[in-house]
Design a binder for this molecule. Structure first.
Ligand code: DGY
Length: 422
């Protein structure tokens, strides 16, 4: 593979200026939209990663991004995946379909990977002030994850909608989604394919199922118990679980700093450390999702498997690094979202192949923390090179490095500012 050249990015200052412009252009006053036409509202994990970009030139604005998100926290502690602060007609499904909000701003009824504690810790380590209120809000969110998405205390987090994983059309969800009844889904008009090439987006069959699941939750007023016991889609996700496990460690760090009793957090960490091994599939060499309704594991690796070290799990690290090496020989740019050797790999179709900057950031962080600095640096360099070649789109083709998905994408710009371009 021809990627061993560690040459520093050329034109880095120009890219940095452009990345800042993207953040400013997508700023809607207190929150940043991921991409102006494709995603015109506040998205949960987008916003939190974007705070890292803001922190590079406007620390107050970084905190504001996170604080705005938590203004939409539900009484249950859930922090929704979309907050509809304004009315916009360019996105479907909007607030009338979701029927979420619980007295606060209109929102979706599911959550998204909980990266907030980890990002807040980084802001605090960089000199920001940790407030009791922020700590409590994040702790409530984490407790919600355990109560609502792991009521049986298996130590793994379920997602009840592919959108809750943040990795919408991952091949992992194909089999669990196949069983979902779409007969009540009426006609609808998608807006995503007005903006992005349909070859880069989920299929209509996927959308029918996404909407059936939204309707299932909305009909039950998004009641956690009804969803935990009745949702036709409940899949334990190593991505969300790894991110939450990492976030719990960072929350405990903050709690100790504030002089709080963190025993409950430590118990949650112990449970998740033990639970994480349920994902391990030795014959695949990856941490694989499993369907909680059938007990069946996915049969291929995804980029989330490489988040194990980020979560502080190093049990199978040598094997994982061997897999990363094999992936690197199967495609030009790391880290594809799905195994590039697998027949379901599609380099352009959203989460079935493309490389995502913020996933690379998390994977590289974990690898560096566990002594794999060369791999971490290689992933950083690949991310920088992708941005140099293709600008700051939503994601990248791992085979030829071309841009994929929405244009002028905020979290890609933020990852350049906070990590890849540094
Ligand atoms: C979408 O609309 O594609 C989003 O990923 C849902 O969160």
């Amino acid at each position: 593979m021809a990627d061993a050249d560690p040459t520093a990015p050329s034109g880095a200052a120009d890219i940095t200026a452009e990345a800042r412009r993207i953040l400013v252009e997508n700023d809607r006053g207190g929150y940043t939209v991921p991409s102006s036409r494709l995603y015109p509202f506040q998205w949960n994990w987008d916003s939190v990663f974007v705070a890292l970009g803001w922190a590079e030139f406007d620390r107050e604005r970084a905190w504001q991004e996170i604080d705005t998100l938590f203004k939409a926290q539900w009484p249950s502690g859930m922090v929704p995946h979309i907050v509809f602060w304004t009315e916009q007609s360019t996105y479907f499904p909007g607030p009338d379909v979701w029927r979420g909000g619980r007295g606060g701003p209109a929102s979706s009824g599911i959550s998204q990977p909980p990266v907030a504690a980890t990002v807040v810790r980084r802001l605090v380590e960089d000199g920001g002030e940790l407030s009791e209120g922020r700590y409590d809000a994040i702790d409530r969110w984490h407790r919600w994850w355990h109560a609502a998405r792991d009521p049986e205390e298996l130590g793994v987090m379920a997602v009840v909608h592919p959108w809750e994983s943040g990795r919408d059309n991952l091949p992992d969800w194909d089999r669990p989604m196949a069983a979902i009844d779409t007969s009540a889904v009426g006609s609808y008009v998608r807006r995503d394919t007005d903006v992005v090439d349909p070859a880069m987006r989920p299929h209509k069959d996927d959308y029918d199922r996404y909407l059936a699941l939204v309707e299932f939750g909305a009909e039950r007023d998004w009641e956690d118990d009804a969803i935990a016991t009745g949702s036709p889609f409940r899949v334990a996700d190593p991505g969300v679980t790894a991110i939450l496990l990492r976030a719990e460690r960072d929350l405990a760090w903050m709690g100790r700093r504030l002089g709080r009793d963190v025993t409950a957090i430590e118990r949650r960490i112990d449970r998740m450390e033990a639970g994480f091994e349920r994902f391990w599939q030795p014959e695949v060499g990856h941490y694989c999702s499993f369907d909680l309704l059938t007990g069946r594991h996915a049969e291929a690796g995804t980029s989330a498997s490489f988040l194990a070290p980020y979560a502080g799990i190093d049990m199978n690290l040598d094997r994982l690094v061997t897999e990363l090496d094999a992936w690197s020989q199967a495609c030009r740019f790391l880290v594809p979202s799905f195994d590039p050797r697998h027949p379901d790999f599609e380099p352009l179709r959203y989460w079935r192949g493309p490389v995502w900057g913020m996933v690379n950031y998390m994977i590289a962080t974990g690898l560096a923390e566990h002594g794999h600095d060369r791999w971490a640096e290689r992933i950083r360099r690949h991310t920088a090179e992708l941005i140099e070649r293709s600008g700051m789109p939503e994601s990248f083709d791992p085979v030829d490095g071309g841009p994929v998905g929405g244009p002028r994408f905020t979290w890609t710009a933020a990852m350049w500012l906070a990590w890849a371009g540094v």
